[in-house]
Design a protein around this ligand. Structure first.
Ligand code: NAD
Length: 309
């Protein structure tokens, strides 16, 4: 299958590498020129459980992409999604399926401005990846993903895409309710990512705070009220208990969430507007009070101004 990975940072490089290894014709598309140039010159450096290899996968800037693929997998950061969609208009063919695997909320609405609804697939992934530098992806652990078609008529095609992804070892499952899974994951990000970023701590340290149990429930309650407007039923206690299991160091306790890595460690902007900020914005639209998410969004934006000069 001809697959373009659009946004080929850490996660895009992971998916691109695994799909390429399984025999698909993969192209990595990214706006970071240094990254693209190194991949083309030296190959993508893949560090997998400590072992290094160089893999030849063609990479290009969005404006240089001309060939229409069968499948596009979107893996930009949330704030990079719309500019990226604008710059790849040339390769959005009539039958090009577009699978969105970004974290965060509201991407469906953004993609629908550029892509025929019948071609949109939404997903959520539990794989992880990191970048050690341009052209160098670091892979550890296992993962999975869920995928669902937007348009009810595209179920067979969505299942076929799951099977291509699974043949590459990505462990893809067809979901009957991916929107629920997307909101559920957004609750994890909206509690742990933003709190650990504001407090500058890891997940275990956050979980040990006496404020943590009530704080996460207050945040999730607002997510649940907004999610209900989209027909998504989140059980606050069930979501909170799921998050509390992650505090264990044998789970993700020692981990600093990606928002912490972005802002505190790498001085990059965060995806806050698509997580807590989305709940805050939509709360205003639906006349739902979201004081916790309003404050968290403001504090993370304030911290971005202090850190990113
Ligand atoms: P990433 O930051 O590695 O890549 C995103 C974009 O930023 C790419 O276009 C990349 O080239 C560019 N970029 C990265 N480092 C850069 C630098 N130093 N200078 C200039 N440009 C740079 O993002 P990611 O971790 O692959 O995440 C993509 C999406 O997947 C996000 O929505 C994220 O929340 C989600 N996600 C990430 C993980 C993970 O483990 N990384 C897991 C699940 C979901």
């Amino acid at each position: 299958m001809k697959i373009a990975i659009v946004g080929a940072g850490a996660m895009g490089s992971r998916y691109g590498y695994m799909l390429h290894k399984a025999g698909n014709k993969v192209t990595l598309i990214d706006a970071w020129k240094q990254h693209v140039d190194i991949i083309n010159k030296e190959g993508l450096t893949v560090e997998e459980n400590g072992a290094l290899s160089k893999v030849k996968i063609p990479a290009m800037l969005p404006e240089d992409a001309k060939e229409v693929p069968d499948l596009i997998i979107l893996f930009t950061k949330s704030m990079g999604l719309e500019p990226m969609l604008k710059s790849i208009k040339n390769i959005l063919g009539k039958n090009t399926r577009v699978l969105c695997l970004l974290n965060g909320l509201g991407h469906n609405e953004t993609i629908a401005k550029y892509v025929d609804r019948k071609n949109i697939l939404m997903g959520v992934t539990l794989w992880t990846a990191g970048l050690a530098g341009p052209g160098h992806v670091v892979l550890t652990g296992d993962g999975s993903l869920e995928v669902q078609n937007n348009d009810p008529s595209m179920k067979v095609e969505a299942k076929e895409i799951c099977s291509i992804l699974s043949q590459a070892g990505l462990n893809a499952h067809y979901s009957e309710d991916v929107l629920f899974s997307i909101w559920r994951k957004a609750c994890v990000n909206g509690t742990l990512n933003s709190s650990c970023t504001i407090l500058d701590c890891n997940i275990k340290e956050f979980g040990e705070l006496k404020e943590a149990p009530q704080l996460i429930r207050n945040i999730i309650k607002e997510f649940a009220e907004v999610a209900a407007k989209y027909g998504v039923k989140l059980n606050v206690e069930e979501v909170a208990e799921g998050i509390e299991k992650i505090y264990d160091p044998s789970q993700a306790g020692a981990h600093y969430p990606s928002m912490h890595q972005d802002l505190i460690q790498n001085h990059r902007l965060t995806e806050i507007d698509y997580i807590n900020g989305y709940v805050s914005r939509k709360g205003k639209e639906f006349n739902i009070n979201t004081p916790y998410n309003d404050l968290i969004t403001d504090i993370v934006h304030a911290k971005e101004q202090l850190i990113i000069k």
